[in-house]
Design a binder for this molecule. Sequence first.
Ligand code: ATP
Length: 513
Amino acid sequence: MAKQEDKFKKVISHAKEYGYVFQSSEIYDGLSAIYDYAQNGVELKKNIRDYWWKAMVQMNDNIVGLDSAIFMHPTIWKASGHVDAFNDPLIDNKDSKKRYRADVLIEDYCAKIETKIDKEVKKAAKRFGDSFNKDEFTSTNSRVLGYQEKINTILSRMGKSLENEDLADIKALIEELEIADPLSGSKNWTDVKQFNLMFGTKLGASAESAMDLYLRPETAQGIFVNFLNVQKTGRMKIPFGIAQTGKAFRNEIVARQFIFRMREFEQMEMQFFIKPGTQKKWFDHWKETRLKWHLSLGLGADNYRFHDHEKLAHYADAATDIEFKFPFGFKELEGIHSRTDFDLSQHEKFSGKKLQYFDHEENKNYVPYVLETSIGLDRMFLAVFSNALVEEELENNTTRTVLKLPAVLAPNKAAILPLVKKDGLPDLAKKIVEDLKWDFNVVYDEKDAVGRRYRRQDANGTPFCITVDHTTLEDNTVTIRNRDTMEQSRVKIENLKNIIKKEVDVKNWLMKM
Ligand code: ATP
């Protein structure tokens, strides 16, 4: 556990030190769970967004984009169910005065049991060596089965109680499990209450005429209310999708996990409109497709798992999360939800306008069903960034800190370094910068010894260092050093563009899907 916390602390301080993420309003002591993206962070975030947009919109001729406003008519949130049901169960600790999400306390308790399972598996793997079969072990070992049953019983009871709004039972469960405040150890809890996560604001110049609005808690509703506009003007035929990226706002109860849980964050969502009855097929399709997208980035297949929902949201008939192994354990990264015709039907009811599709093949009108994929851009950023940060032992007994970002996402693709600050090398290096910057983000760096500069770029996540030396003056060749392997080779300046392009080209990465 301590090791995990350590790693997470390193991730947060590295993100600050290397210009990726800053606490918002830092000189005023910050604002809780709000963050700013710095010079490198903004590039990484943009590259992740582009990677998603290319895979979802550019590569699918039946998916188009949208950029709807953050402010929307307040009745939308009544229709969507957010006004009445976008709540989290909160509980306060009477001694520490700290506030928690009751369901998260219970889930964290289960995660601890899961760690015990992992330990048993590791022990057995060591004991049995090559003949170890993990699936067989976890499905037969009595201790593991006991742990798993305990987790299932707890989660299924919590799911039922949340569904029935039985908050007294949630508190009873916390007490029965003897869950203590993780910070103070106290078990002195208040009752569990529901808390609505939407931020309110006002629209209008005078107090009397001002209209109460909400900051959108998800981008999805902007897609639903534009469904017919897009379908008609784009002459879209079912099945088709509408994708959008943008800010969403939630007044989260607990926000102590850096950019994992923010009060202002960005989502990348796609709503796929389908014929009623085909939702199972499309649910499976998007589950598989989205996982492939993740795997194409090479963060390691073992770091992902699906978690099918016990408790379904009010709009869904099936739902799964793609979970990622963050430094604090497996947590939701993306949600895939089969939303039925709930949203469009609700908007028909509340707006009085028909939101139906005429299916020429069936020769009839219907309200389409919807399959949603929804991923947090900031969470994806954290997944990529935390996975990339490694301390590497080198042969000469030293270590190096390297940010092994997928090259396609790295903020800068190459650093151009003159070996020394004289003999015309800086001018030549700057010329290379001028040429490459038409195609890639590149940086020029002449300060310190070249070894220090390599380390700096390693920690920054730059995939290539290009060094201009005295031989360059003679034969127009430079050395190009690979961040991950640290291998260097001598190449012609005129070939640099193609060498870099091959490694950072979105096509080459997405083709792995
Ligand atoms: P959680 O259970 O973690 O609160 P959720 O199930 O409420 O998440 P969704 O409503 O399904 O999340 O939102 C879709 C995606 O948006 C999530 O998978 C996550 O990546 C992202 N997301 C949701 N809330 C936040 C937040 N407060 N900060 C950052 N990203 C978020």
